[in-house]
Structure formats: C-alpha cells, structure tokens
Ligand binder design. Sequence first.
Ligand SMILES: C[S@@+](CC[C@H](N)C(=O)[O-])C[C@H]1O[C@@H](n2cnc3c(N)ncnc32)[C@H](O)[C@@H]1O
Length: 260
Amino acid sequence: MTKSTFAPQQPFASSGFETRKFAHRREPYWASINAIKQLAVPAEDLIHHYPAFAGHVCLARHLALYEAYKLTIGLAGHIAEAGVWKGSSLLLLAKLTQLFEPESLVQTHGFDWFRGNHPTEVEKHLVAEGSYFASQEDVQALIDLQNLGSLAMLHNVDLSKDLDVFFRRHDHLYFKLVFLDCGLYDVVSHCIDHFWPRLNPGGILLLDNFNHETAPGETRAVMEKLPGHRIHTFPFAQQPTAYIVKPSFDNPHRVSSLMR
Ligand SMILES: C[S@@+](CC[C@H](N)C(=O)[O-])C[C@H]1O[C@@H](n2cnc3c(N)ncnc32)[C@H](O)[C@@H]1O
C-alpha cells in the first residue's frame, strides 16, 4: 500500500474489492493535483481549460453521462438526478439538453435534501455521516449565474420517503433518463419504486454505485426491485458503474427476456 501524503481520506469504507483495483493510482493522482494547485492557475483558466487539469477518471465520468444522455435523444421525457451534491452532473446534463435539444421542453430535475449523507444504522460503517454536503443556495446560485433556471430545477426532498407526495403534486412528470447517485439502500429503493414507473420505455436508469463494495445497498435495492434486467456498463468509466434500458414493446427481446 502506498503511503498517503496527498490523497485525502475517502468518505466511504472500502473492504479491498473494487477500490483495490486502482488504489495504487490515488497517491500519484493527488500529488499531481497538489502540484497543480501550487501553480495558482487563475479560476478562468480552470474553467475554460478544464480538460488540461481534470484527471482522465473524472473526464470519463462526464463522458459516460454524455453517452447515457445520447441514448435518450429523441425519447420523450425529462431527466432526473437523485443526489445532486455540488451540481456538476446535474448541470452537465442540463447543458447537454441545451446543446442537443434546444427547442424541446426537456428539463433536468435535481432531487436532494442538501444535508449530505446520513446513513441508517445498517449502513453507517460504509459512508461518513454528513459526507457529500453542499448547500441548496450554492447550487441554485450556480444555476442562476448561468441563466439555467428554466433548464435545471432543484427539489428539496427526502429521497427515502418523500417521492410519493412529490409526484402526487406533479403527476405529469415522466422521465427518459434517471440518474441515481446516492448509494444508500433506503434512498435507492424508494427511488426505484417511484422513478421506475415514471421512466418511459426505452429510457435509461443510470446507476452510480451498482456492484460497488462501497455502496452494497444500491446493488441490493436494484436486485430486489428490478430482477432479471440486463445491466450494461460503460467500460471506459469507473462510475456510473451501470445502466438499465427500460424494456419497450418495440424491443421484444428485452420484454421477453423479462418474462422468462
Ligand atoms: C454522492 S452525492 C451526489 C453526487 C452528484 N450526483 C455528482 O455527480 O457530483 C450524494 C447526494 O445524495 C444526497 N442524499 C443523501 N441522502 C439523501 C436523502 N435521504 N434524500 C435526499 N438526498 C439525499 C446528499 O445530500 C448528496 O448530495
């Protein structure tokens, strides 16, 4: 194991499975981030020249979101993200709709309680209490400063129990892409109960932590709620780890494989 000088402590527990595969790259990666920070690059350069600074794993994550989004172009429905944190994936998806569907009514809905992770007793050994905290005001400010308020909307809800009430109030909302990025059993389970029926056939359920040791609750919820589905991955990206295309009648293979 490489000695950690630069790599920060991770907010989740690892037991030596998936996290082990690239563990040797963490320290050199964070050492290079530290060195880049010493350059005191102007913020404008970090924004406009971001691929010069972001690591390939980070870029791959964004490309995977792009690939998932591309699979939904031409399908009706909105985009949902469960777990917004600082807004990077939400705003990427909203900007993709700005680029590729400029005249459609597609909007990107970000669901979060903006309190960070508060795992139950069962999962508290897996993820740090209060990790992934960002304030709703800060994310909203980013949306407003870029005039994206009509494309990206925030909903402050508890994703482990509030979706029934939310969708009773907003019954017309259906989706073509649903990105679950929280990893906790109660959240993923409640989200699948409410988002899956609202995902249009052919749409994509994108999973950030499926089959990952750091979030076994996500895998358990997916296997309990959606057994028998073909689960795909983007082989160039570590996360999102998986996606499911919701079966549709024009794809009988997927429907019949479900009936077996
Ligand atoms: C891993 S972060 C999301 C990361 C984000 N999608 C990204 O790509 O940067 C998980 C988020 O889930 C939120 N969260 C955790 N439990 C929640 C709950 N019960 N209800 C709503 N949001 C919750 C946290 O506040 C946090 O913002």
